[in-house]
Design a protein around this ligand. Structure first.
Ligand code: NAD
Ligand code: DAU
Length: 350
């Protein structure tokens, strides 16, 4: 397999995956296709932009004719599909753009791959990157999400991702398209857009701004270092079974409020502030509509079948992450200027 199309490669997880693939597989041509929405940022890939096996194409996955041209021009053998609208809060405010990109965009891309490969599926693969949010919400003592857990999405974001997963399986079952799907838990790490909890809060602590905790702060998320997600995608892409689904997660559950206190502790220490100084910034705000209580992934299948396990303990990962955002204030300043401030003001009523 030689020509690999990675969609959404200028985003948070996509940029880590592109970096891994470009460095690890000099014989592959890695084509990063991204529309460069507010969340896409080529500055995330400065270190690979001049590599001979890397190319960037600015395009919209929803543009069927353009995607057909790209498949033909680059002789695409494999797709790793990450392009999506990814933020739950934005999906509550604008569900249509989530249906457009995540559902229609994925369907369009499946059809483009089917037509381009024209029944000759040898060494072809369509790998769809999805989320644990399709499984719904767990009670505190409600066990874990398995690959067999029934879909029960609650937000427009998770409904759109669930729908896209169904279309991917439908193309496999109906047309024989070789597909794989993975459903991963919450990612954290470098280059994450600061609308998401961890980079938003690090940035706010840095600037002594309020930390808006939704509801009671009791909601639980299962956090995985983004580079471990990228490693899992690489492994599944190469060694996973066609037609199968793999859950990805590191058995690392945190109540939001406990995680926030860890972030405060680490950030205060790195900024040279007294321990706990920024706890006064914690501000409980109106809960997210339809806020899922708990996510928890069981990734035993991935571990037992493919030998994957996370490389980092959470304490080490969060330390690296906070340090990176504090040392890369320019990157944060760039992405938080302009349109971001309008979003921030509307979202947090400031
Ligand atoms: P992100 O928002 O950081 O990046 C999304 C990227 O997709 C951006 O570069 C954006 O420009 C691009 N994009 C959006 N619409 C596009 C379009 N129509 N055509 C081409 N490109 C388009 O998202 P992320 O957090 O990196 O998530 C990547 C994927 O992983 C998504 O499919 C998401 O559902 C999934 N996922 C995310 C997490 C997480 O914790 N962030 C966890 C599990 C799964
Ligand atoms: O589980 C995987 C999913 O994780 C991915 O599919 C999504 O793309 C990704 O955005 C993430 O979704 P969450 O909604 O869990 O992530 P977020 O960072 O937005 O929120 C994490 C938790 O923190 C959630 O319980 C809501 C809460 N929160 C979030 C923000 C932005 C707050 O309390 N305050 C905030 O300001």
């Amino acid at each position: 397999m030689k020509n690999i199309l990675i969609t959404g490669g200028a985003g948070f997880i996509g940029s880590h995956l592109v970096r891994l693939m470009v460095n690890k597989y000099p014989d592959y041509r890695i084509i990063n296709l991204d529309k460069l929405t507010y969340a896409g940022n080529l500055a995330n890939l400065k270190d690979v932009e001049n590599m001979p096996n890397y190319e960037f194409v600015k395009a919209d996955i929803c543009d069927f004719e353009r995607m057909r041209e790209i498949f033909s021009e680059y002789h695409i053998d494999g797709v790793i599909h990450l392009a999506a609208e990814s933020h739950v809060d934005r999906s509550i405010r604008d569900p249509f753009s989530f249906a457009q990109t995540n559902v229609m965009g994925t369907l369009s891309l499946l059809q483009v791959a089917k037509l381009a490969w024209d029944g000759n599926f040898d060494d072809k693969l369509f790998y769809h990157v999805s989320t644990d949010e399709v499984y719904g919400s767990l009670q505190p003592d409600g066990g874990f999400f398995l690959e067999t857990t029934k879909y029960d999405p609650h937000s427009p974001y998770s409904a759109s991702k669930a729908s896209s997963d169904h279309f991917v399986r439908a193309y496999h079952d109906t047309y024989g398209l070789p597909v794989k799907i993975s459903n991963c838990s919450n990612n954290y790490g470098t280059y994450q857009f600061p609308e998401k909890l961890i980079p938003l809060f690090i940035n706010n602590i840095r600037h002594n701004k309020p930390l808006p905790v939704y509801g009671t702060g009791e909601n639980v998320r299962d956090w995985l270092f983004v580079e471990d997600h990228a490693r899992a995608i690489d492994l599944i892409f190469h060694q996973g079974k066609i037609g199968d689904t793999y859950n990805i997660g590191g058995f690392n559950e945190w109540k939001n409020i406990d995680l926030i206190k860890v972030m405060i502790k680490v950030t205060d220490r790195l900024l040279g502030r007294p321990e706990g100084a920024s706890e006064k910034l914690i501000t409980y705000v109106t809960d997210r509509a339809g806020h899922d209580l708990r996510y928890a992934i069981d990734s035993t299948k991935l571990h037992e079948e493919l030998g994957w396990e996370p490389s980092l303990q959470f304490e080490e990962g969060i330390e690296k992450t906070v340090k990176w955002y504090l040392e890369n204030q320019d990157w944060l300043d760039n992405v938080t200027s302009g349109e971001y401030m309008n979003y921030y003001k509307e979202m947090y009523h400031v």
